[in-house]
Ligand binder design. Structure first.
Ligand code: NAD
Length: 259
């Protein structure tokens, strides 16, 4: 049987890279994406291909630009023959009070964290409809369900992606295509690692104290989720076992949203 193809946006780092490893380990051919096009990005694709014995390509595309989002899907379909799993993962963060929030940061977060999923999904659906099977998995956040101060753009984008998830699920429900979201709590990736020094300074705390008392304050387990755990959830949602799960979200947040 031909291998299925998974496209993961923003996958040269963190949760995207973890999901690429998990999908490759499960036997999917994988498309890695970022906007950087560094030698390391291509090396990453080669390493994953060799490690799991699947076909892996790196495709450069800037998820802040609609035309590049759509071009990523078309290039992947051309190179691999189908688009079976789409993981909308690319995301950025910026933290500031609403009345000081730079407009360009708002626009970038909405474009990368929300609008890119519209473009990639719109481009991928015709391919999925043609093959009569598909999985769209949006990496949202606990911030798709809860707010935190100073994260207005991020919280808006992540709430938006949950609405988009439900809408797409309803539109394609009878075509064996599902659309779901994963809502991680804090996962120790470069996106989160970069916030630790600022938090240490702001709270005058050492690293361990700031991680436990500030960052993981709402995460009941007081532990970070891992990229492997998010990757495993992606693989589950892509599996046939999840065929009747659609239009919903799975929290991997150490109990954050239980409270
Ligand atoms: P990360 O910084 O490690 O990874 C972000 C990825 O997005 C990178 O691969 C980067 O290259 C890519 N990216 C950024 N801008 C891009 C652009 N314009 N075009 C293409 N690719 C671009 O961060 P992460 O923590 O792995 O975040 C991945 C996703 O998970 C994001 O959507 C984030 O909001 C979400 N998330 C993360 C956490 C967490 O605690 N780390 C929690 C909840 C949700």
């Amino acid at each position: 049987m031909a291998k299925k193809t998974a496209v993961i946006t923003g996958s040269n780092s963190g949760i995207g890279l973890g999901s690429a490893h998990a999908l490759a380990a499960a036997g999917y051919n994988v498309v890695i994406n970022s906007f950087t096009d560094r030698r390391d990005d291509h090396a990453l694709a080669k390493d994953i291909a060799e490690k799991y014995g699947v076909k892996v390509a790196y495709i450069k595309a800037d998820m802040s630009k609609g035309t590049e989002c759509r071009a990523l899907i078309e290039k992947a379909a051309e190179d691999f023959g189908s688009i079976d799993v789409l993981v909308n993962n690319a995301g950025i963060q910026f933290v500031a009070p609403v009345d000081e929030f730079p407009t360009e940061k708002w626009d970038a977060i909405i474009a990368i964290n929300l609008t890119s999923a519209f473009h990639t999904t719109a481009a991928a659906l015709p391919h999925m409809k043609k093959s009569g099977w598909g999985r769209i998995i949006n990496i949202a956040s606990a911030h798709g369900l809860r707010a935190s101060p100073f994260k207005s753009a991020y919280v808006s984008a992540k709430h938006g992606i949950l609405g988009f998830t439900k809408t797409v699920a309803l539109e394609v429900a009878e075509q064996h295509i599902t659309c779901n979201a994963i809502c991680p709590g804090y996962v120790l990736t470069p996106l989160v690692e970069a916030q630790i020094p600022d938090q240490m300074k702001a709270h005058n705390m050492d690293r361990d104290t700031v991680v436990r008392e500030v960052m993981l304050e709402k995460q009941a387990t007081k532990e970070f989720a891992t990229v492997e755990q998010i990757g495993a959830t992606v693989v589950f949602l892509a599996s046939d076992a999840a065929a009747q799960i659609t239009g919903t979200s799975i929290s991997v947040d150490g109990g954050w949203t239980a409270a």
